[in-house]
Design a protein around this ligand. Structure first.
Ligand SMILES: [Mg+2]
Length: 249
């Protein structure tokens, strides 16, 4: 019996960087009556608050949520009427500066400097450095057109990973690359969640849109060995959850 349903965020629960829509928010509220819920994504807490936490209807059982920003290097739970951080694994200033320097050098070397950007390309999330090729505020359309087959990001990954052996370089949302400590990926987050919650991995089910090899959801299946559902869009997640709620109710 599955006791905890875990999700990727962008492309799985919501469109890239968008808030949960009303239908998804209401489905999650219903799901919270029958299971624990984890959301694990490369985004930092402010993004989680905007996209997920602030969107949950009153009927939601918030105490059953495990929100894991920055690929599980942080954990937030709902305690005493507020969302409270439980832990955060941060990069040192030195590690951070080195990563950002090498990331910029790699993008220059490969000629992937875009002609137009919307906001900052490199975001320092404390425990994770995220590169968004077209900037943090880029509109959806140019983002979808930039690297639909992940070719550019695979080249950055291949170039950068040997230079930075102590970190893990992964393809993230529509245009992004997430860099964390080596060994920090969604499998690490899920393992940690299992330890802290006491819920065995066998009792978890994970939904993600990037379970293909090299995708940022793949380690959940390959390393953590959790049962996974590959979805191709938010609508598929909704339809699958209707069935999950019926099974667990
Ligand atoms: Mg995704």
């Amino acid at each position: 019996m599955k006791r905890l349903i875990a999700f990727d965020l962008d492309g799985t629960l919501a469109e890239s960087k968008q808030a949960l829509d009303d239908e998804m928010a209401s489905i999650l509220a219903r799901l919270s009556q029958v299971a624990d819920i984890c959301v694990i994504s490369g985004g930092d807490w402010p993004q989680f608050e905007k996209q997920v936490a602030s969107r949950l209807p009153e009927s939601t059982n918030r105490a059953r949520f495990w929100l894991m920003p920055t690929t599980g290097t942080k954990l937030y739970r709902f305690e005493n009427a507020g969302w409270t951080p439980q832990y955060a694994d941060l990069f040192s200033d030195e590690e951070r500066a080195h990563i950002i320097q090498e990331l910029r050098a790699s993008i220059d070397r490969l000629g992937f400097t875009p002609t137009q950007v919307w906001g900052e390309q490199i975001e320092d999330r404390g425990s994770q450095i995220t590169f968004s090729a077209l900037g943090q505020q880029a509109p959806l359309h140019p983002k979808e057109a930039w690297d639909p087959k992940h070719e550019k990001r695979r080249r950055i990954q291949a170039d950068l990973q040997p230079i930075l052996p102590d970190v893990s370089v992964r393809i993230g949302g529509a245009t992004s690359i997430d860099i964390t400590r080596a060994g920090v990926d969604k499998a690490y987050g899920i393992e940690r969640l299992s330890q802290i919650s006491g819920i065995p991995k066998a009792d978890m089910l994970f939904f993600g849109d990037a379970l293909y090899p090299g995708g940022n959801d793949a380690p959940v299946k390959e390393t953590a060995g959790v049962d996974c559902v590959q979805v191709y869009n938010v609508d598929q997640t909704k339809r699958a959850l209707e069935a999950v709620i019926l099974c667990l109710a």
